[in-house]
Unconditional design. Sequence first.
Length: 31
Amino acid sequence: ILRKYKYPPDQAEEAAQLVLNQAETLCEAWL
C-alpha cells in the first residue's frame, strides 16, 4: 500500500496509521 502512494520513509509510519484508522472506520460502518 505504501508503495502505491509512494510515501517517503519518514511518512510511512504515519501513512500506515492512517490506513489502519480508515480500516477501523470501514469495519464500524459494515457493522
